[in-house]
Design a protein around this ligand. Structure first.
Ligand SMILES: Cc1cc2nc3c(=O)[nH]c(=O)nc-3n(C[C@H](O)[C@H](O)[C@H](O)COP(=O)(O)OP(=O)(O)OC[C@H]3O[C@@H](n4cnc5c(N)ncnc54)[C@H](O)[C@@H]3O)c2cc1C
Length: 475
C-alpha cells in the first residue's frame, strides 16, 4: 500500500468530540528529581545540575518487556544492511509468515516501539503513558507526498483535511501547550509546491505570490495567479483554504501546529504558505511554527530572513529546529541534475549551523519571551546539553515551554525521560495508524535516520545494564 493510500484509511479513524469527555488524562508531575550524584558533561560549561543522560537510571521506569523489546530492535538496527534493506525484509517476512502472522510479529515489535497505535484507545493509552512519565505527545499523521505521486485528487486532500482536523482534536485533549505536526503536502499537491518554488525564484513574480495575497485567499477571497494553469490555481485556492481551516482550528483548540520541512524543491513554497498561516494566527502567540533544516548550506539565511519577515509583519514566530532528514536523496538529486549540493559538506558543518541557529533563537526567546517559541528537535545529546546550558545562562525557565525538546517515539529515551523527569517541556513525535498503513512511513524513517539508528549504541547499552540489574536482583 502506498502512502497515498494511507489517507483514505486514515479518515476511518474518528475522534468525535463526545469521546473527549470520557478521556480523563492524568496530569504528569514534573517535579520528580533525578539522582543528585549525576555528573556534569565535559565540554564548554556545566549543564544544569542533576541532568545526565549517562547512567540509565530513568530506564527503571520502563517495564521488563519494553526493555527487552527495545534491546532487540536496537540490536537489529545496528546492522546497516538490515536497515537499508528493511523494505525487502518486510516483504520477505510477509511472504514467509503470511499476512496475519506477519502483522502480529510486526505489531508486537517495531510497531509497538515506534507507533502510538491504531484505535483511539491505543493512542490515548500511549499518550497517557507518556504524560505520566513527564513527556508530552506530539501527534504526527504519517501522510506524505512527493512529486509525481498518484492520488485521487481533491477528494484525497479533503479526506486528509478531515484527518488533520481529528488530529487537532486528539492533540487538544488534556494537555497544556499541545502540539501536532503537519505535512503541507498532505493538503496541497507536491507538484504544485514544486512549481510554486520555481515561480518564487523569479523576482518578477514576487507580487503575484505575496504573503498578503496568499492570506487574502486563505480568508476566502478569489485571486488570480497567472503563473499557474486554471486547474493549478483552483487547487491552490482549495489548498490554501484547507490549510487556513487547520490553522484556525488549531488556534481555536489551543494546539500549536508545527509544519514539517521537506525537500529543497518544495520548501520555499511550504514556507510561503506557512508564513501566511502565521500571519493569520500568530498575532499574539505562536500557534503556527515552521521547521528549519540545519543540514542545508543556506539554513541560517533562510531562518534569519523569515525572522526578519515575521518582525516586519508583527507576528509571533515558532521554530522546529532539526538537522534534516532527506540528506541522501537531496545529494543524489543534486548529482544527477548537476546542480550544487544543497547539503553541508559534513556532519560537523551541520552541527555548527545547528548550534548557530539554536543560539540565535534562544537569545530571541530570552529577550521576547513567549513571542518566540522553539523546539530543539534532535536526538543529539550534545545539542540538547548545549540548549540546557544556554537556557540556564539566559534565564529561560525550563517549565515555561517557550523552549522545548523533541524526539521520535521509541528513540533516545534516556534523553526524553531524563528531561521529562527533570521538568523540561519534552515532546515525543508519535505517528499513529494501522500496521499496514504505517509500515511505509517506518521504512522511510528508518532509512532517513540511519545515522541515529546506527548510533544508538548508548541507549542499547543502558537498556542492557538495566536488564542485567533486574535479572541479578531476581536471582
Ligand atoms: C520531533 C521531530 C521532528 C522532525 N521534523 C523534521 C522535519 O520536519 N523535517 C526534516 O527534514 N526532519 C525532521 N526531523 C528529523 C530530523 O531531521 C532527524 O531526526 C535528524 O536529522 C537526526 O538528527 P539528530 O540531530 O537527531 O542526530 P545526529 O545524529 O546528531 O545528526 C544526524 C543528522 O546530521 C546530518 N548529517 C549526517 N551526516 C552528515 C553529513 N555527512 N553531512 C551533512 N550533514 C550530515 C543529517 O541531517 C543527519 O540526519 C524531525 C525529528 C524530530 C525528532
Amino acid at each position: 500500500m502506498s502512502l497515498s493510500g494511507f489517507t483514505a484509511a486514515r479518515a476511518s479513524l474518528r475522534f468525535p468530540v463526545l469521546f473527549r469527555a470520557r478521556l480523563f488524562l492524568r496530569a504528569a508531575s514534573s517535579q520528580h528529581t533525578v539522582d543528585a550524584a549525576f555528573p556534569t558533561v565535559q565540554d564548554s560549561g556545566p549543564v544544569p545540575r542533576r541532568i545526565s543522560f549517562d547512567d540509565g537510571e530513568v530506564f527503571r521506569l520502563k517495564s521488563f518487556w519494553e526493555i527487552a523489546r527495545g534491546l532487540l530492535i536496537f540490536r537489529l538496527c545496528s546492522f546497516p544492511t538490515l536497515v537499508n534493506n528493511c523494505q525487502k525484509c518486510m516483504s520477505f517476512g510477509r511472504r514467509i509468515l503470511g499476512r496475519r502472522l506477519f502483522e502480529m510479529v510486526v505489531r508486537a515489535s517495531v510497531y509497538r516501539q515506534f507507533v502510538a497505535g491504531e484505535s483511539l484507545l491505543e493512542i490515548q493509552e500511549c499518550m497517557d503513558k507518556l504524560r505520566a512519565l513527564g513527556i508530552r505527545p506530539m501527534l504526527a499523521v504519517p501522510i506524505e507526498e512527493d512529486i509525481g505521486a498518484e492520488n485521487s485528487g481533491e477528494v484525497w486532500y479533503t479526506k486528509n483535511l478531515e484527518t488533520m482536523l481529528r488530529c487537532v482534536e486528539l492533540s487538544a485533549i488534556g494537555g497544556s501547550r499541545s502540539m501536532m505536526q503537519l505535512k503541507i503536502t498532505a493538503l496541497m499537491n507536491a507538484d504544485l509546491c514544486k512549481k510554486l518554488t520555481l515561480c518564487l525564484e523569479n523576482p518578477s513574480l514576487a507580487g503575484e505570490l505575496s504573503i498578503e495575497k496568499i492570506v487574502s485567499v486563505m480568508d476566502g477571497e478569489i485571486a488570480s495567479f497567472p503563473c499557474l494553469t486554471v486547474e493549478e490555481s483552483q487547487h491552490f485556492h482549495n489548498s490554501l483554504r484547507r490549510l487556513a481551516q487547520v490553522a484556525k482550528y488549531g488556534k481555536n483548540q489551543k494546539v500549536r501546529i508545527l509544519v514539517d520541512a521537506e525537500y529543497t524543491y518544495l520548501n520555499p513554497a511550504l514556507t510561503l504558505v506557512t508564513m501566511a498561516m502565521m500571519t493569520l494566527c500568530n498575532q499574539s502567540e505562536p500557534w503556527i511554527w515552521n521547521t528549519y533544516q540545519c543540514y542545508l548550506k543556506d539554513s541560517f539565511n533562510l531562518l534569519t530572513n523569515d525572522l526578519g519577515l515575521a518582525q516586519r509583519l508583527g507576528i509571533c514566530f515558532g521554530v522546529k529546529l532539526v538537522r534534516g532528514a532527506y540528506m541522501d536523496k537531496e545529494r543524489k538529486l543534486a548529482k544527477e541534475r548537476s546542480y550544487p549540493d544543497p547539503i553541508n559538506p559534513d556532519w560537523e558543518a551541520t552541527s555548527c549551523s545547528y548550534q548557530r541557529s539554536l543560539d540565535t533563537l534562544l537569545e530571541l526567546v530570552a529577550i521576547h519571551g513567549d513571542r518566540y517559541n522553539l523546539i530543539v528537535a534532535s536526538h543529539n545529546e550534545e545539542s540538547v546539553k548545549h540548549a540546557l546550558r544556554r537556557m540556564e545562562e539566559l534565564g529561560i525557565h525550563r517549565e515555561a515551554g517557550t523552549v522545548c525538546f523533541g524526539q521520535l517515539l521509541g528513540m533516545c529515551d534516556q534523553v526524553s525521560l531524563t528531561l521529562g523527569q527533570a521538568g523540561y517541556a519534552i515532546y515525543k513525535s508519535i505517528p499513529y495508524g494501522s500496521v499496514n498503513e504505517v509500515i511505509p512511513y517506518l521504512v522511510r524513517r528508518a532509512q532517513e535516520n540511519q545515522s541515529v539508528l546506527c548510533g544508538i549504541r548508548k541507549e542499547r547499552d543502558l537498556l542492557q545494564k538495566e536488564l542485567k540489574r533486574r535479572l541479578c536482583r531476581q536471582a
